[in-house]
Ligand binder design. Sequence first.
Ligand SMILES: NC(=O)c1ccc[n+]([C@@H]2O[C@H](COP(=O)([O-])OP(=O)(O)OC[C@H]3O[C@@H](n4cnc5c(N)ncnc54)[C@H](O)[C@@H]3O)[C@@H](O)[C@H]2O)c1
Length: 420
Amino acid sequence: MRFILIGAGQRGMIYARCIQERGHEIAAVAERDAQRRKAARQAFGIPEERCYESGERLLAQPRMGDAAIIATMDRDHYGQAIPAMEKGYHLLLEKPISPIPEQFLEIEATAHRLKRHVAVCHVLRYAPFFMEIKRLLDAGAIGKVVTIQHNENIGNFHFAHSFVRGNWRRKADSSPLIMQKSCHDMDLLVWLAGSGCKRVASFGELTYFKAQNAPEGAAKRCADCPRSDSCRFSAYSCYLPIAGCWPASVLSGDQSEAGLREAIRTGPYGRCVYHCDNDVCDHQVTVLEFDNGVTATFNLSAFTDRIARTLKIMGEDGELRASEEMNTIEVIPFSSNAQAKAEIRTIHPALAASGHSGGDAGIVDSFLKMLEAGGGETATDISRSVESHLMACAAEEARVTGAVVEIADFRRRHEGGAGA
Ligand SMILES: NC(=O)c1ccc[n+]([C@@H]2O[C@H](COP(=O)([O-])OP(=O)(O)OC[C@H]3O[C@@H](n4cnc5c(N)ncnc54)[C@H](O)[C@@H]3O)[C@@H](O)[C@H]2O)c1
Protein backbone atom coordinates (compact mmCIF):
# COMPACT_ATOMS: atom_id res chain seq x y z
CA MET A 1 0.00 0.00 0.00
CA ARG A 2 1.02 3.63 -0.44
CA PHE A 3 0.96 6.32 2.23
CA ILE A 4 1.54 10.04 2.35
CA LEU A 5 3.16 11.66 5.39
CA ILE A 6 2.05 15.11 6.56
CA GLY A 7 4.39 16.37 9.30
CA ALA A 8 7.73 14.55 9.37
CA GLY A 9 8.48 15.47 13.01
CA GLN A 10 9.06 13.18 15.99
CA ARG A 11 5.77 11.29 15.69
CA GLY A 12 5.31 11.26 11.94
CA MET A 13 8.73 9.68 11.41
CA ILE A 14 8.00 6.92 13.95
CA TYR A 15 4.82 5.83 12.14
CA ALA A 16 6.30 6.23 8.65
CA ARG A 17 9.37 4.11 9.55
CA CYS A 18 7.13 1.47 11.03
CA ILE A 19 4.97 1.38 7.88
CA GLN A 20 8.05 1.18 5.65
CA GLU A 21 9.52 -1.65 7.77
CA ARG A 22 6.35 -3.61 7.06
CA GLY A 23 6.94 -3.39 3.31
CA HIS A 24 4.71 -0.45 2.36
CA GLU A 25 5.65 2.72 0.52
CA ILE A 26 5.82 6.29 1.78
CA ALA A 27 4.95 7.89 -1.54
CA ALA A 28 5.05 11.60 -0.64
CA VAL A 29 5.91 13.89 2.25
CA ALA A 30 4.82 17.35 3.37
CA GLU A 31 7.02 19.02 5.97
CA ARG A 32 7.60 22.72 6.71
CA ASP A 33 11.16 22.32 7.98
CA ALA A 34 13.65 21.84 5.12
CA GLN A 35 16.07 19.72 7.18
CA ARG A 36 13.30 17.37 8.31
CA ARG A 37 11.84 17.21 4.81
CA LYS A 38 15.21 16.14 3.47
CA ALA A 39 15.61 13.54 6.23
CA ALA A 40 12.23 12.04 5.31
CA ARG A 41 13.03 12.12 1.59
CA GLN A 42 16.25 10.22 2.23
CA ALA A 43 14.81 7.79 4.76
CA PHE A 44 11.94 6.73 2.51
CA GLY A 45 13.47 7.25 -0.95
CA ILE A 46 10.80 9.77 -1.96
CA PRO A 47 11.43 11.54 -5.30
CA GLU A 48 12.11 15.28 -4.93
CA GLU A 49 8.95 16.20 -6.86
CA ARG A 50 6.80 14.45 -4.24
CA CYS A 51 8.25 16.44 -1.31
CA TYR A 52 6.10 19.44 -0.35
CA GLU A 53 6.54 22.36 2.01
CA SER A 54 3.08 22.03 3.48
CA GLY A 55 0.29 19.55 3.90
CA GLU A 56 -2.02 21.98 2.14
CA ARG A 57 0.17 21.87 -1.01
CA LEU A 58 0.40 18.09 -0.96
CA LEU A 59 -3.35 17.78 -0.56
CA ALA A 60 -3.93 20.05 -3.56
CA GLN A 61 -2.30 17.35 -5.77
CA PRO A 62 -4.14 14.31 -7.15
CA ARG A 63 -4.36 11.44 -4.64
CA MET A 64 -1.04 9.63 -4.24
CA GLY A 65 -1.88 6.81 -1.88
CA ASP A 66 -4.38 4.85 0.15
CA ALA A 67 -3.95 6.64 3.45
CA ALA A 68 -2.42 9.74 5.01
CA ILE A 69 -0.43 9.93 8.23
CA ILE A 70 -1.26 13.30 9.82
CA ALA A 71 1.29 14.15 12.51
CA THR A 72 1.47 17.94 12.44
CA MET A 73 0.71 20.06 15.51
CA ASP A 74 -2.61 19.85 17.33
CA ARG A 75 -4.28 22.85 15.69
CA ASP A 76 -3.26 21.86 12.15
CA HIS A 77 -5.02 18.48 12.16
CA TYR A 78 -8.51 19.75 11.29
CA GLY A 79 -7.38 21.79 8.25
CA GLN A 80 -5.60 18.75 6.85
CA ALA A 81 -7.89 15.90 7.93
CA ILE A 82 -11.02 17.20 6.18
CA PRO A 83 -9.37 17.85 2.76
CA ALA A 84 -7.44 14.57 3.02
CA MET A 85 -10.66 12.61 3.54
CA GLU A 86 -12.30 14.53 0.71
CA LYS A 87 -9.38 13.53 -1.53
CA GLY A 88 -10.06 9.90 -0.70
CA TYR A 89 -7.42 9.15 1.95
CA HIS A 90 -8.04 7.07 5.03
CA LEU A 91 -6.26 8.56 8.05
CA LEU A 92 -3.78 7.61 10.73
CA LEU A 93 -4.39 10.76 12.74
CA GLU A 94 -2.33 11.97 15.69
CA LYS A 95 -4.11 12.94 18.86
CA PRO A 96 -5.61 15.29 19.72
CA ILE A 97 -7.95 14.91 16.73
CA SER A 98 -8.34 18.66 17.30
CA PRO A 99 -8.50 20.58 20.59
CA ILE A 100 -11.73 22.26 19.41
CA PRO A 101 -14.95 20.25 19.94
CA GLU A 102 -16.73 21.58 16.83
CA GLN A 103 -13.73 20.51 14.75
CA PHE A 104 -13.28 16.99 16.11
CA LEU A 105 -17.02 16.36 15.86
CA GLU A 106 -16.92 17.53 12.22
CA ILE A 107 -13.98 15.21 11.50
CA GLU A 108 -16.04 12.34 12.92
CA ALA A 109 -19.10 13.32 10.85
CA THR A 110 -17.01 13.67 7.67
CA ALA A 111 -15.41 10.26 8.19
CA HIS A 112 -18.86 8.70 8.49
CA ARG A 113 -20.28 10.61 5.51
CA LEU A 114 -17.37 9.75 3.20
CA LYS A 115 -16.87 6.26 4.67
CA ARG A 116 -13.21 6.85 5.52
CA HIS A 117 -11.34 4.87 8.14
CA VAL A 118 -9.78 7.15 10.73
CA ALA A 119 -7.56 5.60 13.39
CA VAL A 120 -6.65 8.07 16.15
CA CYS A 121 -3.22 7.52 17.70
CA HIS A 122 -4.37 6.60 21.19
CA VAL A 123 -1.41 4.26 21.19
CA LEU A 124 -1.83 3.01 24.78
CA ARG A 125 -4.76 0.78 23.82
CA TYR A 126 -2.28 -1.23 21.75
CA ALA A 127 0.40 -1.53 24.46
CA PRO A 128 0.67 -5.04 26.01
CA PHE A 129 0.67 -3.50 29.52
CA PHE A 130 -2.75 -1.84 29.15
CA MET A 131 -4.13 -4.67 27.03
CA GLU A 132 -3.34 -7.06 29.87
CA ILE A 133 -5.14 -4.86 32.41
CA LYS A 134 -8.20 -4.79 30.16
CA ARG A 135 -8.01 -8.56 29.63
CA LEU A 136 -7.89 -9.17 33.40
CA LEU A 137 -10.90 -6.90 34.01
CA ASP A 138 -12.90 -8.55 31.24
CA ALA A 139 -12.00 -11.97 32.64
CA GLY A 140 -13.48 -10.90 35.99
CA ALA A 141 -10.17 -10.94 37.92
CA ILE A 142 -11.49 -8.41 40.48
CA GLY A 143 -15.22 -8.78 39.82
CA LYS A 144 -17.30 -5.85 38.59
CA VAL A 145 -15.29 -2.61 38.54
CA VAL A 146 -16.58 -0.08 41.07
CA THR A 147 -14.05 2.74 41.09
CA ILE A 148 -10.70 3.68 39.53
CA GLN A 149 -7.80 5.79 40.76
CA HIS A 150 -5.54 6.77 37.88
CA ASN A 151 -2.36 8.86 37.92
CA GLU A 152 -0.55 10.31 34.93
CA ASN A 153 2.90 11.10 36.29
CA ILE A 154 4.25 13.49 33.67
CA GLY A 155 7.81 13.67 35.08
CA ASN A 156 9.22 16.99 36.26
CA PHE A 157 11.92 17.33 33.57
CA HIS A 158 9.49 16.22 30.86
CA PHE A 159 6.96 18.83 31.94
CA ALA A 160 9.64 21.55 31.87
CA HIS A 161 10.72 20.45 28.40
CA SER A 162 7.32 20.05 26.69
CA PHE A 163 4.89 22.18 28.68
CA VAL A 164 7.05 25.09 29.90
CA ARG A 165 9.67 25.59 27.20
CA GLY A 166 8.23 23.47 24.42
CA ASN A 167 5.46 23.13 21.84
CA TRP A 168 2.61 22.53 24.29
CA ARG A 169 3.22 25.37 26.78
CA ARG A 170 0.37 27.60 25.64
CA LYS A 171 -3.23 26.53 25.59
CA ALA A 172 -4.17 28.80 22.67
CA ASP A 173 -1.30 27.58 20.47
CA SER A 174 -1.77 23.85 21.12
CA SER A 175 -4.25 22.41 23.64
CA PRO A 176 -5.14 22.57 27.33
CA LEU A 177 -2.92 20.17 29.31
CA ILE A 178 -5.70 17.66 29.92
CA MET A 179 -6.38 17.43 26.19
CA GLN A 180 -2.77 17.34 25.09
CA LYS A 181 -1.41 14.96 27.68
CA SER A 182 -4.45 13.11 28.81
CA CYS A 183 -6.97 12.52 26.06
CA HIS A 184 -5.00 9.22 26.22
CA ASP A 185 -6.00 8.81 29.87
CA MET A 186 -9.62 9.72 29.19
CA ASP A 187 -9.57 7.05 26.49
CA LEU A 188 -8.07 4.49 28.90
CA LEU A 189 -10.68 5.33 31.54
CA VAL A 190 -13.63 4.89 29.14
CA TRP A 191 -12.13 1.60 28.00
CA LEU A 192 -11.37 0.26 31.49
CA ALA A 193 -14.66 1.48 33.00
CA GLY A 194 -16.42 -0.21 30.09
CA SER A 195 -18.83 2.66 29.68
CA GLY A 196 -19.32 6.15 28.32
CA CYS A 197 -18.72 9.03 30.70
CA LYS A 198 -21.66 10.86 32.27
CA ARG A 199 -20.14 13.90 34.00
CA VAL A 200 -16.91 15.47 35.22
CA ALA A 201 -15.55 17.98 37.74
CA SER A 202 -11.99 19.25 37.67
CA PHE A 203 -9.56 21.45 39.62
CA GLY A 204 -6.01 22.65 38.97
CA GLU A 205 -3.82 25.51 37.83
CA LEU A 206 -0.32 26.65 36.97
CA THR A 207 1.33 26.82 40.37
CA TYR A 208 5.07 26.48 40.08
CA PHE A 209 6.57 27.38 36.69
CA LYS A 210 6.14 31.14 37.10
CA ALA A 211 8.39 34.18 37.59
CA GLN A 212 7.69 34.44 41.34
CA ASN A 213 9.47 31.10 41.90
CA ALA A 214 12.65 32.01 40.02
CA PRO A 215 15.86 31.89 42.07
CA GLU A 216 17.03 35.39 42.94
CA GLY A 217 19.06 36.92 40.15
CA ALA A 218 18.02 34.28 37.57
CA ALA A 219 18.40 35.48 33.98
CA LYS A 220 15.86 35.00 31.18
CA ARG A 221 18.13 32.47 29.43
CA CYS A 222 20.41 29.76 30.87
CA ALA A 223 23.31 31.04 28.75
CA ASP A 224 23.30 34.31 30.72
CA CYS A 225 22.28 32.94 34.11
CA PRO A 226 24.52 33.21 37.20
CA ARG A 227 22.39 30.47 38.88
CA SER A 228 22.78 27.99 36.04
CA ASP A 229 25.28 25.75 37.90
CA SER A 230 22.92 25.14 40.81
CA CYS A 231 19.61 24.91 38.92
CA ARG A 232 18.17 21.49 38.02
CA PHE A 233 16.39 23.10 35.07
CA SER A 234 19.62 24.48 33.58
CA ALA A 235 19.34 23.60 29.88
CA TYR A 236 22.99 22.53 30.02
CA SER A 237 22.17 19.86 32.66
CA CYS A 238 18.91 18.89 30.97
CA TYR A 239 20.24 18.33 27.46
CA LEU A 240 24.03 18.08 27.09
CA PRO A 241 24.41 14.74 28.94
CA ILE A 242 21.74 13.08 26.77
CA ALA A 243 22.82 14.23 23.28
CA GLY A 244 21.15 12.11 20.58
CA CYS A 245 18.35 10.96 22.89
CA TRP A 246 14.91 12.42 23.48
CA PRO A 247 14.31 15.19 24.50
CA ALA A 248 17.75 16.59 23.52
CA SER A 249 16.98 15.33 20.00
CA VAL A 250 14.15 17.87 19.79
CA LEU A 251 16.53 20.86 20.13
CA SER A 252 18.43 20.58 16.86
CA GLY A 253 19.34 18.33 13.95
CA ASP A 254 22.94 18.90 15.08
CA GLN A 255 23.41 16.81 18.23
CA SER A 256 27.12 17.61 18.66
CA GLU A 257 28.00 19.52 21.84
CA ALA A 258 28.51 22.67 19.76
CA GLY A 259 25.14 22.16 18.03
CA LEU A 260 23.28 21.73 21.32
CA ARG A 261 25.08 24.67 22.95
CA GLU A 262 24.04 26.87 20.04
CA ALA A 263 20.41 25.68 20.30
CA ILE A 264 20.48 26.41 24.04
CA ARG A 265 21.98 29.87 23.43
CA THR A 266 19.43 30.89 20.81
CA GLY A 267 16.43 28.53 20.82
CA PRO A 268 13.31 28.08 22.97
CA TYR A 269 14.79 25.27 25.07
CA GLY A 270 17.47 27.61 26.50
CA ARG A 271 14.86 29.79 28.20
CA CYS A 272 14.55 29.96 31.99
CA VAL A 273 11.63 27.75 33.08
CA TYR A 274 10.49 30.53 35.44
CA HIS A 275 10.49 33.16 32.69
CA CYS A 276 8.68 31.47 29.79
CA ASP A 277 5.33 32.43 28.25
CA ASN A 278 3.70 29.15 29.39
CA ASP A 279 0.12 29.11 30.66
CA VAL A 280 -0.99 25.44 30.82
CA CYS A 281 -1.66 24.02 34.31
CA ASP A 282 1.07 22.03 36.01
CA HIS A 283 -1.38 19.91 38.03
CA GLN A 284 -5.01 18.97 37.54
CA VAL A 285 -7.31 16.61 39.40
CA THR A 286 -10.46 15.36 37.66
CA VAL A 287 -13.38 13.40 39.07
CA LEU A 288 -15.49 11.35 36.67
CA GLU A 289 -18.74 9.40 36.79
CA PHE A 290 -19.53 6.89 34.05
CA ASP A 291 -22.93 5.88 32.66
CA ASN A 292 -22.63 2.42 34.27
CA GLY A 293 -22.03 3.92 37.72
CA VAL A 294 -18.24 3.44 37.83
CA THR A 295 -16.45 6.46 39.33
CA ALA A 296 -12.85 7.58 38.82
CA THR A 297 -10.32 10.10 40.03
CA PHE A 298 -7.58 11.19 37.69
CA ASN A 299 -4.47 13.02 38.86
CA LEU A 300 -2.35 14.69 36.19
CA SER A 301 0.84 16.13 37.61
CA ALA A 302 4.19 17.70 36.73
CA PHE A 303 5.40 16.97 40.26
CA THR A 304 6.67 13.43 39.81
CA ASP A 305 10.17 12.17 39.24
CA ARG A 306 9.56 9.50 36.61
CA ILE A 307 7.30 9.44 33.53
CA ALA A 308 4.86 6.57 33.97
CA ARG A 309 1.23 5.90 34.72
CA THR A 310 0.02 4.20 37.90
CA LEU A 311 -3.46 2.80 38.47
CA LYS A 312 -5.53 1.23 41.21
CA ILE A 313 -8.75 -0.36 39.99
CA MET A 314 -11.15 -1.43 42.72
CA GLY A 315 -13.71 -4.14 41.99
CA GLU A 316 -16.41 -5.96 43.95
CA ASP A 317 -14.08 -8.93 44.64
CA GLY A 318 -10.58 -7.48 44.64
CA GLU A 319 -8.23 -4.74 43.56
CA LEU A 320 -5.78 -4.40 40.70
CA ARG A 321 -2.66 -2.25 41.11
CA ALA A 322 -0.54 -1.38 38.11
CA SER A 323 2.73 0.46 37.57
CA GLU A 324 3.73 1.17 34.00
CA GLU A 325 7.30 1.97 35.07
CA MET A 326 7.75 -1.34 36.89
CA ASN A 327 5.79 -3.16 34.17
CA THR A 328 3.91 -4.80 37.02
CA ILE A 329 0.24 -5.61 37.46
CA GLU A 330 -0.89 -7.02 40.80
CA VAL A 331 -4.25 -8.69 41.27
CA ILE A 332 -5.30 -8.87 44.92
CA PRO A 333 -8.50 -10.71 45.88
CA PHE A 334 -10.22 -9.49 49.06
CA SER A 335 -9.72 -11.47 52.29
CA SER A 336 -12.19 -12.27 55.04
CA ASN A 337 -10.12 -10.65 57.79
CA ALA A 338 -6.85 -8.81 58.51
CA GLN A 339 -4.90 -12.01 59.26
CA ALA A 340 -5.95 -13.87 56.15
CA LYS A 341 -3.23 -13.61 53.53
CA ALA A 342 -4.44 -12.56 50.11
CA GLU A 343 -2.89 -14.48 47.25
CA ILE A 344 -1.38 -11.69 45.21
CA ARG A 345 -0.95 -12.54 41.55
CA THR A 346 1.83 -10.48 39.94
CA ILE A 347 1.97 -10.18 36.18
CA HIS A 348 4.74 -8.67 34.04
CA PRO A 349 3.32 -8.22 30.52
CA ALA A 350 5.57 -8.78 27.52
CA LEU A 351 7.96 -5.89 27.00
CA ALA A 352 7.86 -4.37 23.53
CA ALA A 353 10.67 -2.63 21.72
CA SER A 354 8.67 0.19 20.09
CA GLY A 355 7.67 3.44 21.82
CA HIS A 356 4.75 3.80 24.26
CA SER A 357 5.38 0.25 25.53
CA GLY A 358 4.72 -1.21 22.08
CA GLY A 359 1.72 1.00 21.36
CA ASP A 360 3.37 2.87 18.45
CA ALA A 361 3.96 -0.32 16.46
CA GLY A 362 0.65 -1.76 17.70
CA ILE A 363 -1.49 0.99 16.21
CA VAL A 364 0.37 0.81 12.88
CA ASP A 365 -0.19 -2.96 12.71
CA SER A 366 -3.85 -2.58 13.55
CA PHE A 367 -4.34 0.20 10.97
CA LEU A 368 -2.56 -1.81 8.25
CA LYS A 369 -4.56 -4.92 9.06
CA MET A 370 -7.81 -2.99 8.75
CA LEU A 371 -6.79 -1.43 5.42
CA GLU A 372 -5.61 -4.79 4.07
CA ALA A 373 -8.93 -6.35 5.05
CA GLY A 374 -10.69 -3.48 3.27
CA GLY A 375 -12.81 -2.64 6.29
CA GLY A 376 -13.59 -3.10 9.95
CA GLU A 377 -12.43 -0.89 12.78
CA THR A 378 -9.33 -0.25 14.83
CA ALA A 379 -9.60 -0.12 18.63
CA THR A 380 -9.18 3.65 18.37
CA ASP A 381 -11.62 4.38 15.58
CA ILE A 382 -12.69 8.04 15.32
CA SER A 383 -16.05 7.54 17.05
CA ARG A 384 -14.47 5.84 20.07
CA SER A 385 -11.81 8.52 20.27
CA VAL A 386 -14.26 11.42 20.10
CA GLU A 387 -15.54 10.22 23.50
CA SER A 388 -12.16 10.85 25.18
CA HIS A 389 -11.88 14.25 23.54
CA LEU A 390 -15.33 15.28 24.78
CA MET A 391 -14.28 14.23 28.29
CA ALA A 392 -11.03 16.22 28.13
CA CYS A 393 -12.77 19.36 26.83
CA ALA A 394 -15.54 19.02 29.38
CA ALA A 395 -12.95 18.59 32.16
CA GLU A 396 -11.22 21.78 31.03
CA GLU A 397 -14.55 23.63 31.03
CA ALA A 398 -15.23 22.24 34.52
CA ARG A 399 -11.79 23.41 35.72
CA VAL A 400 -12.24 26.90 34.33
CA THR A 401 -15.87 27.43 35.42
CA GLY A 402 -15.98 25.37 38.61
CA ALA A 403 -19.12 23.59 37.32
CA VAL A 404 -19.86 19.88 37.04
CA VAL A 405 -20.15 19.29 33.28
CA GLU A 406 -22.50 16.68 31.78
CA ILE A 407 -20.90 15.06 28.72
CA ALA A 408 -24.14 14.63 26.73
CA ASP A 409 -24.99 18.28 27.29
CA PHE A 410 -21.43 19.32 26.34
CA ARG A 411 -21.71 17.36 23.09
CA ARG A 412 -25.11 18.88 22.26
CA ARG A 413 -23.72 22.40 22.78
CA HIS A 414 -20.85 21.79 20.34
CA GLU A 415 -22.49 19.72 17.61
CA GLY A 416 -23.37 21.25 14.26
CA GLY A 417 -20.03 21.73 12.52
CA ALA A 418 -16.99 23.92 13.03
CA GLY A 419 -18.55 26.62 10.89
CA ALA A 420 -21.80 26.72 12.95
N1 LIG B 1 0.28 9.61 20.27
C1 LIG B 1 1.11 10.11 21.17
O1 LIG B 1 1.37 9.51 22.19
C2 LIG B 1 1.76 11.44 20.93
C3 LIG B 1 2.95 11.77 21.60
C4 LIG B 1 3.52 13.02 21.33
C5 LIG B 1 2.90 13.90 20.46
N2 LIG B 1 1.73 13.56 19.85
C6 LIG B 1 1.04 14.47 18.90
O2 LIG B 1 1.68 14.32 17.63
C7 LIG B 1 1.63 15.58 16.93
C8 LIG B 1 3.04 15.92 16.46
O3 LIG B 1 3.90 15.99 17.58
P1 LIG B 1 5.49 15.88 17.39
O4 LIG B 1 6.06 15.67 18.74
O5 LIG B 1 5.80 14.93 16.31
O6 LIG B 1 5.80 17.39 16.93
P2 LIG B 1 6.93 17.88 15.93
O7 LIG B 1 7.00 19.35 16.08
O8 LIG B 1 8.17 17.07 16.10
O9 LIG B 1 6.32 17.51 14.49
C9 LIG B 1 5.34 18.25 13.82
C10 LIG B 1 5.89 18.53 12.42
O10 LIG B 1 4.87 19.08 11.59
C11 LIG B 1 5.50 20.03 10.73
N3 LIG B 1 4.45 20.94 10.21
C12 LIG B 1 3.78 21.91 10.87
N4 LIG B 1 2.85 22.46 10.07
C13 LIG B 1 2.91 21.80 8.90
C14 LIG B 1 2.19 21.90 7.68
N5 LIG B 1 1.19 22.79 7.52
N6 LIG B 1 2.50 21.05 6.67
C15 LIG B 1 3.50 20.14 6.82
N7 LIG B 1 4.23 20.01 7.97
C16 LIG B 1 3.94 20.83 8.98
C17 LIG B 1 6.51 20.72 11.62
O11 LIG B 1 7.50 21.38 10.86
C18 LIG B 1 7.04 19.54 12.43
O12 LIG B 1 8.20 18.96 11.86
C19 LIG B 1 1.02 16.60 17.88
O13 LIG B 1 -0.34 16.80 17.57
C20 LIG B 1 1.15 15.93 19.23
O14 LIG B 1 0.13 16.31 20.12
C21 LIG B 1 1.17 12.34 20.07
